[in-house]
Design a protein around this ligand. Structure first.
Ligand code: ADP
Ligand code: GLC
Length: 485
């Protein structure tokens, strides 16, 4: 089959979160199964260093009309890697910026125009470079592509049989814009209704994608159920419920070429389930990187790597911060995001320099070191569509302590010391006491060295490669193609 991925992030070119890991790893896996896969991405400032030598434009200029003006977009050949063809949508006035969606002071004011242009440019580009059987779009940034396809491009003879799949990586970000967006993007006003893109008087990109895509997927089975309820649907539960028969939950895989302590180039030592010794050197290296050299071997180190967003549950950590330090633990945190959480971690570390350390930045190499050096990995998320860090943690023997939601619930099984089964610790409800109780269970288990090694090995033996999920995606593509033929 011919599949075109259309997304706003992709490893190794550009990343703010797990979406980039998925769009980096899934296309090559689909290509391995014998399919013809193309990936379209915006050409942000951060992408430029990845494009070696002279840029090769495969299309020099596509006209993208707006209400009062046109913009002109080029398509740059990003080359073939791992069996996948990459193309970049070049429009410097829209994408040649350091941030992807936001600056320190808030969202870019022209995000509707930027991502509408991106979607429309991709549709136009495929008419010259090859129309796929299925467009696979991701999150709100590309939610408008299916809307274009079934409205303004409805009668295009080249695009008529192309199908669409939308994957929801996070229903909490929807791309809300004022009603006037309808005119600015040249949509007829009848698109701005409750059964299409309108939601509480906003033009909602994700909703448009949910309504107009042939099939929908999300990144774990549990989250597929959760988003059909008011608690997790972010007001889109009604639409999702209506489309339940077209919605599949496919758990993300992880790319073990990048995330395996036996081969990871960022680590002080290598290790694996058979030979755990290297982990001690990684722990020492981590403590050194965070300035916590004084921590005793018997003191467990809790690691955190995260976007600091309210989704991630750190308000609960703030509430138990004092009680947690009554226990024998050390904490290392790496993250950036909302000022409230950055300030909390900075302040906590400042007040307890000997046991808590925080690095407020984005640092891929350090993220790997945290996985390898930490004894436990904390993810108390309010909601978590899939979550990749807990899956990396399993592989690295950093035992996950998680809230039982979305992909966290699907991937982590509570440790049972009697039977020696399980891979981590999880708690239900959204309560600081429940979080603390789960950490206490982990601390107790840590004191039994033999049991702890078994627990680590249980997690390290789990396999979350992309092989199986890739097959499930192909089934979805086939279903879409069948419906469109
Ligand atoms: P989300 O996509 O919601 O942020 P995931 O767990 O799916 O959550 O993926 C997060 C990804 O981003 C992981 O690969 C993680 O290592 C990475 N990451 C998050 N924050 C940082 C950071 N400050 N430095 C380096 N990597 C980070
Ligand atoms: C989103 C979710 C995260 C998921 C990632 C990749 O950013 O917050 O849970 O793992 O997308 O699908």
């Amino acid at each position: 089959m011919q599949i075109a991925f259309v997304a706003s992030e992709c490893v190794p070119f550009v990343k703010t979160g797990g979406l980039a890991d998925v769009v980096g790893a899934l296309p090559p896996e689909i290509a391995k199964l014998g399919h013809d896969v193309t990936v379209y991405l915006p050409l942000y400032a951060g992408v430029r260093p990845h494009l070696e030598g002279e840029w090769k434009y495969v299309i020099r200029s596509i006209t993208i009309p707006f209400q009062y003006y046109n913009r002109f977009v080029g398509i740059v050949d990003g080359g073939r890697r791992n069996g996948v063809q990459y193309y970049f949508v070049d429009c410097p006035e829209m994408f040649d910026r350091q941030g992807l969606y936001t600056t320190r002071t808030g969202d870019y004011p022209d995000n509707a125009e930027r991502f509408a242009l991106f979607c429309r440019a991709v549709l136009e580009a495929t008419k010259q470079l090859g129309v796929p059987q299925v467009f696979h779009v991701h999150d709100w940034q590309t939610g408008l592509l299916p809307v274009y396809l079934r409205t303004l491009y409805y009668f295009d003879p080249m695009l008529q049989s192309a199908g669409t799949v939308l994957t929801i990586h996070n229903a909490g970000y929807q791309g809300w814009f004022p009603p006037v967006t309808t005119e600015r993007l040249l949509f007829p006003w009848d698109v701005f209704t409750m059964d299409k893109v309108e939601q509480f008087d906003s033009f909602n990109f994700l909703k448009g994608g949910l309504v107009f895509s042939d099939m929908l997927t999300t990144v774990s089975r549990k989250y597929a159920e959760e988003i059909q309820t008011p608690e997790f649907g972010h007001d889109l539960d009604g639409v999702l419920l209506k489309r339940a028969s077209d919605l599949r939950g496919i758990l993300n895989g992880v790319d073990y070429a990048h995330w395996d302590p036996a081969t990871d180039g960022n680590l002080a030592a290598h290790y694996g389930p058979e030979k755990l010794d290297g982990k001690a050197a990684c722990r020492a290296d981590l403590l050194h990187a965070f300035g916590l050299e004084g921590i005793q071997d018997t003191t467990p180190v809790i690691g955190i790597v995260s976007r600091f967003a309210s989704q991630k549950g750190f308000d609960m950590v703030a509430q138990i911060a004092g009680q947690l330090l009554e226990r024998d633990v050390a904490v290392v945190a790496l993250g950036t995001g909302e000022p409230f959480y950055e300030a909390f971690f900075r302040d906590w570390a400042y007040r307890h320099k000997d046991r808590v350390a925080a690095q407020i930045r984005y640092d891929d190499a350090l993220a790997h070191k945290v996985e390898a050096g930490a004894d436990m990995f904390l993810m108390p998320s309010r909601y978590e569509p899939c979550g990749l860090n807990q899956i990396y943690s399993l592989k690295y023997g950093a035992v996950p302590v998680v809230r039982a939601t979305g992909g966290l619930d699907d991937t982590i099984e509570e440790w049972n010391a009697k039977t020696g089964t399980g891979t981590g610790f999880k708690f239900a409800g959204y309560a600081p006491e429940a979080l603390l109780a789960a950490i206490d269970r982990a601390l107790k288990a840590f004191r039994d060295k033999k049991g702890w090694r078994k627990l680590m090995r249980n997690g390290m033996a789990r396999n979350y490669s992309w092989e199986q999920p890739a097959k499930e995606y192909v089934e979805v593509y086939e279903e879409v193609a069948r419906r469109r033929s």
